[in-house]
Ligand binder design. Sequence first.
Ligand SMILES: Cc1cc2nc3c(=O)[nH]c(=O)nc-3n(C[C@H](O)[C@H](O)[C@H](O)COP(=O)(O)OP(=O)(O)OC[C@H]3O[C@@H](n4cnc5c(N)ncnc54)[C@H](O)[C@@H]3O)c2cc1C
Length: 467
Amino acid sequence: MKVDLAIIGGGGAAFGAALKAEELGLKTVLVHQEDLGGTSLHHGCMPSKFLLEAAWDCWLAGHPRYSSLPPRSPVLDWPALLREKQAMIAHNARLRYQEVLAACPHVRVLNEKAWFEGPGWLRTSSGRIEARATVIATGCSPRSLDLPGTDALQSVLCGPAQAFDFNRLPESLLVLGGGATGLEVAQCFAHFGTWVTLLQSRSRILPAAELEISEALEKRLRTEGIEVVTSVRAKKLGLENGKPVLWADCGMRERKFQAEKIFVAIGMRGRTESLNLAAIGVACDANGYIVVDEQLRTAAPRVYAAGDVAGPPLLEPVAAREGALAVSNAFEEAGASLDYEGIPTAVFTEPQAALVGLTETEALGRGLLCETRVVDLASVTKADLGQRREGLAKLVVEKDGRKLLGFQALAPQAAEFIHEAALAIQQRLTVDDITRLVHVFPTYGEIFRLSALAFKMDVKRMACCPA
Ligand SMILES: Cc1cc2nc3c(=O)[nH]c(=O)nc-3n(C[C@H](O)[C@H](O)[C@H](O)COP(=O)(O)OP(=O)(O)OC[C@H]3O[C@@H](n4cnc5c(N)ncnc54)[C@H](O)[C@@H]3O)c2cc1C
């Protein structure tokens, strides 16, 4: 088969590429080896957020926000919840993936594995493809544990693909990893009633966040009953009295942790092993991600990589944007690249952590003179009336001119209001620009304006709707 463009993958990056190719009228083949929709639809963003939302309802039933509402013991029908989740996935698979491709007459879809025979030459189980350009969009896979005893405990170890389909809720869960996935999974299962312990190798959870955010989130998880242990070095796995155990060094002493299931969220690796990249002379970095330049070009002529397989940030909207950008660079000679620093991210815990731009440490590391303000969520009227006061925000600005450099919030709905900060940072706005904008009252998002106001006044002593 001869085509203009071959896309390997069926997730966000592949779809970004396919839709751009359709717009340009390119004869395209999209080859994917699993169900359409990739990680986001099947084991990532969508099932995890579905379960987190359900878990929050479950938690609220037993921990109502208002003392006038008596707590109830939630009766959870886990198998029924999983059926609802599957129905949500099936609905979205049809609506957002199958029907979208069906409306792309230039894109042919093959449900097969693909690998390289040479630059521009692909092999699939049904034949050969010759393409003027190729986009590799094969995603990434969870990094596996490499500890003595791992092999004997394969049925206990799990990642998102297994945990979001447990045939029953585990009584106890050990989560390895204090990044976004580990934190979300830990709180999700804890809210459902599982006894959760979270082990983090670094000295704090969510190391990408400001220290204040990490510490406040850790405190919140602890108050909900999750045991959080930091600076842990896992040593070996085994069975004791027939039960799974992990031995670890925790500072000066060894501890053992026992749980029915062990969720491994210790990082990801690019998914390239089946692609035969050696045939096209394309290299991967130490973490298994394909090495690309700013325009997403690999070392092979007219072969691009987009999405998770090209390395962090590992985010669905980034994958989609990169897929489109690779096609644009290949066929429109756009020479375009993404501004990765302006991309907001969020951790969908309760409260949510949302981050954009530089942290204070990063700004100082770049030799920027900066000022910061930290505002407690308790200063926000909505937090008071919504009885959700735990959280804070931190704003980092340049000392001269007070242009925004970075903003982080730990607050309900922070993932919804982080975009205002992202746009403000991207547009190089100042503290004055933010304070001038009248914000909707009462909202959790007012914490962004209060963080800017905090450069001018004491926001703890203000009317509920500060002018
Ligand atoms: C638990 C979890 C929660 C997440 N939550 C969020 C979130 O809230 N927000 C967010 O933005 N991101 C989130 N992510 C990340 C997000 O899911 C990914 O960034 C995104 O799915 C990456 O898309 P992709 O197209 O690069 O790869 P994928 O979606 O993984 O797609 C890879 C595709 O390649 C195909 N493939 C692989 N090898 C071959 C081959 N040899 N031949 C043919 N096809 C092949 C596969 O079939 C698959 O279709 C989450 C991830 C996880 C695991």
